[in-house]
Write a protein that binds this ligand. Sequence first.
Ligand SMILES: [Zn+2]
Length: 212
Amino acid sequence: MWAPLFPPICLGCERLLRHDRALALCSRCHPLQTRLPASLAEADGVRAVWSYDGPLSRSVVRLKFNGALALAGPLGRLLVAEPGVLNDCDLVASVPLHWRRRLARGFDQSEELSRWAIEHARRSMRARAPTLARRVLTRVRATQPQTRLDAPARAANVDGAFVVRRPEQVRGRRVLLIDDVTTTGATARACMHALREAGVASVTTLALLRAL
Ligand SMILES: [Zn+2]
């Protein structure tokens, strides 16, 4: 038996849940959250299961902008709620913040989500847990927030924004890239491009939420 890593609390209303479950939403908050249909779960080369709306979007906003780091655990666990998510990878990397933003925030939310996802996989023993490759990708230039841009501008905004500093860390490995929120997938594709240039065996992206 393994003990839960934190008290099972609903991400929507913060009430204690009677049963510990991977989707940390109570019966009242659960219907407020959209699960993406299969056609949208896999789009633009990025996999995402949940829509950027409802209680989960508010949790991500609180994590990123209000420093609610305690939410990273239940949100990270959601990433591995689908069976087999970590089966085909050796390493987990995350879409990095620019160092100035990381410094201002005090943490990098996608790295935190990745760390917790791996921790849960390890605890649940459903899968051989991959290793977290910390800071394998570097954002070499600060980019504008993607939310203010249209699709072509988003791609241009992140083109060449990421590099792999130590290619030997990822060469020949199967990498799962984790992002918190994806919209057009432009940021993830720029990261995947940098990882392929560094010689990874394969790279796939999993985002917690997809903004439609
Ligand atoms: Zn609730």
